[in-house]
Design a protein. Structure first.
Lengths: 325, 326
């Protein structure tokens, strides 16, 4: 297990370094932030002074190594716009995104798994076909459109739920969260559902395929020969077997949900990291963009790692191999 | 006391390529503590017969005709709810491949306790006690500890013992064993055979042992039924059938077993292949491979005829009568 952990850590370091190179040069090529930062009628002397202050007058490789050097000390620069350290800035926006993504994930599992298992169980009946057809909508409807539709129905027409902002927040363990207040939760429902729709379709399809595969296995037939009810067979015998691929995909999807909740956050004016990223790209706020992407990489690494740990909890066979290694 | 009386059982598969009559008019009966060996090649319908009794035939298969009288109750027309109450309770089944029958992600304990509690309102602790006793009975050392284990921590033979223990949990009247030793080593095979035989005798459980291996049946079964292309072609007391087979097919099967004192001799084999069940020949299904086939065989399927005490045959030209008159 220790070997596995160390190997994982080494891989992660490589990924981080590669990411730094790609991100730095990518952002460098987008344009010169000074053009946006100072007024168009500034004198050449003022421009040079600003360039020197941010270090843009140096050659690219000098800038790059300075960036790496600072990054290794945990300093990814200060936001040009906000003047705060970029990492701190992003972290202050992060809880909003995290709780939204998490609730979206929970919704997608709660909707997708039962639908998928049922669709797999009734694969040749109309119920199964109807669910599969429905999931195509989940796949193909664009996020922003679904979001606006939900706003139109639940916020404008029915006036049941609010459509923008985080609502009331409370501080839990130093994080400002909406999920623990009734008002905040109401604000979360629509954006979380919007985020969940695509994932729920994905989970439905995965669960259906897994269920169909599991149902023809001998252990299911043997469970039937024991006289177990169909419900018990589906909920205990089948479900536990199909959770492994679902967890894998959900892990990856949680990463993308956190990192790319941009569209949904924009539609619902949810003050999360995604919205911060869009604003930063518009103002060419380099340190924020770079920090955001680096944080995204770290989030993916952490999630993948967690998924591996969950495997060992779900599948006893992995556990034994792990302890033997 | 008759435990099971199967009459004219028909199980058909409704495929796109046509109706496959996997089991077509099979009859047999079984008393308490009796062991029936159901013998045949792959695809002869022996396993489907076993699954039909538990009504666990996978679609597109269906029991379409005949009676399955279990203690006087016709299983062929029993509701799904009542049927589930019998499965694993009064009628248990053991499967062929022990590596596949236990759920890989559930502890043995879970899989045993649920089998008890599906049929009886007992506490988990009482169900666990019964599981430990059942494991001990099939010869699993330190059963209380082994309950905590997962299937992959057992060898194939041990897993089959666990499966047998699960079958025994509720003290069934009938166990259908579908080639349970085929996937095992010969030494393990004989151990398990001996144990199952003893258990059946002790508890009075009737046993249907499905196999392609006549040698297995020889030491175990009280009577045997030989299946070919969905029908029983010969049945009778084991000793009688094995010493003086009446059907050319049974004779062929016996001839193809390598035996003592036949070293260096060429093994005899039955020519041809098992027939395509979707396109059976008219007349006797065995006729194309039969050394004794005549024009009658190719035109008319033989009916069931008596062939001595407790014996019956489906053949126009049985080998038995020839030996009987000699």
């Amino acid at each position: 297990m220790l070997v596995f952990l160390l190997r994982r850590l080494a891989q992660s370091v490589f990924v981080m370094i590669a990411m730094m190179i790609v991100v730095f040069f990518g952002v460098y090529m987008i344009g010169n932030p000074v053009d946006i930062l100072i007024s168009p009628d500034a004198t050449p002397a003022e421009i040079d002074e600003t360039m020197a202050r941010f270090g843009f007058d140096q050659p690219v490789y000098v800038q790059f190594f300075r960036f790496i050097g600072n990054a290794l000390q945990g300093d990814l620069g200060r936001s040009f716009v906000h003047g705060e350290p970029a990492v701190q800035l992003i972290l202050s926006y992060m809880p909003a995104t995290l709780e939204l993504a998490l609730l979206g994930l929970i919704f997608s599992v709660l909707i997708g798994v039962p639908l998928g298992v049922y669709a797999g169980y009734k694969a040749d009946r109309w119920q199964g076909r109807a669910i599969m057809t429905g999931s195509i909508f989940g796949f193909s409807l664009p996020n922003f459109w679904v979001g606006m539709l939900l706003i139109l129905i639940f916020a404008v027409e029915l006036q049941w739920l609010p459509s923008t902002g985080r609502g009331e927040t409370v501080e839990v363990l130093g994080l400002r969260l909406s999920i623990f207040t009734a008002d905040g939760l109401q604000h979360m429902l629509l954006p979380a559902l919007t985020l969940a729709l695509y994932k729920a379709s994905l989970v439905t399809r995965l669960a259906r395929a897994g269920t169909q595969e599991a149902l023809v296995q001998d252990y299911v037939k043997f469970a039937r020969a024991k006289g177990l009810s169909e419900t018990r067979i589906l909920v205990v015998h089948v479900l536990k077997n199909i959770m492994i691929p679902i967890i894998t995909v959900l892990g990856l999807e949680l990463g993308s949900m956190i990192a790319f909740a941009v569209v949904t956050e924009t539609v619902f004016a949810w003050p999360g990291m995604g919205k911060l990223l869009i604003d930063s790209i518009l103002t060419l706020d380099r340190p924020v963009i770079v920090s955001y992407l680096m944080l995204t990489v770290i989030i993916f690494i952490i999630i993948n790692f967690t998924v591996d740990v969950i495997y060992t909890l779900l599948d006893p066979r992995v556990r034994v191999k792990g302890s033997a290694a | 006391m008759t435990v099971l009386d199967v009459q004219g059982l028909q199980t058909h598969f409704f495929t796109d390529a046509g109706v496959v009559k996997a089991v077509d008019g099979v009859s047999f009966s079984l008393g308490e503590g009796e062991v029936l060996g159901l013998v045949g090649e792959s695809g002869s319908g022996k396993s489907v017969t076993g699954f039909s009794i538990l009504r666990l035939v996978d679609p597109p298969g269906r029991v379409v005709g005949g009676q399955i009288l279990f203690r006087g109750q016709d299983l062929a027309h029993l509701g799904e709810r009542e049927m589930r109450g019998l499965r694993g309770n009064r009628i248990a089944m053991i499967f062929q491949d022990p590596m596949m029958t236990l759920n890989p992600v559930l502890r043995i304990e879970t899989q045993m306790v649920e089998a008890v509690r599906a049929h009886e309102r007992v506490s988990p602790a009482a169900a666990r006690d019964r599981a430990i006793k059942a494991l001990a009975r099939v010869g699993i050392p330190s059963p209380a500890e082994r309950l905590e284990a997962y299937p992959h921590q057992f060898s194939g033979g041990m897993r089959q013992r666990v499966a047998i223990a699960i079958a025994l949990l509720n003290g069934p009247d009938l166990i259908v064993a579908d080639e349970p030793t085929t996937a095992l080593d010969v030494t393990i095979q004989s151990q398990i055979l001996a144990e199952v035989q003893e258990l059946a005798r002790e508890t009075g459980t009737a046993l249907i042992w499905i196999t392609h291996d006549l040698a297995v049946v020889a030491g175990l079964a009280d009577k045997i039924s030989v299946m070919y292309a969905g029908r029983i072609v010969e049945s009778g007391p084991t000793d009688a059938v094995l010493t003086a087979p009446g059907h050319p097919y049974t004779e062929g099967l016996l001839g193809s077993i390598p035996g003592h004192g036949r070293r260096g001799e060429r093994l005899t084999q039955i020519p041809g292949m098992a027939p395509n069940m979707a396109r059976l020949p008219e007349g006797c299904a065995f006729a194309p491979r039969c050394p004794r086939a005549s024009g009658t065989c190719r035109a008319d399927a033989p009916g069931i005829s008596d062939a001595g005490p407790g014996r019956s045959l489906r053949c126009h030209h049985p080998t038995l009568s020839a030996e009987g008159t000699a």
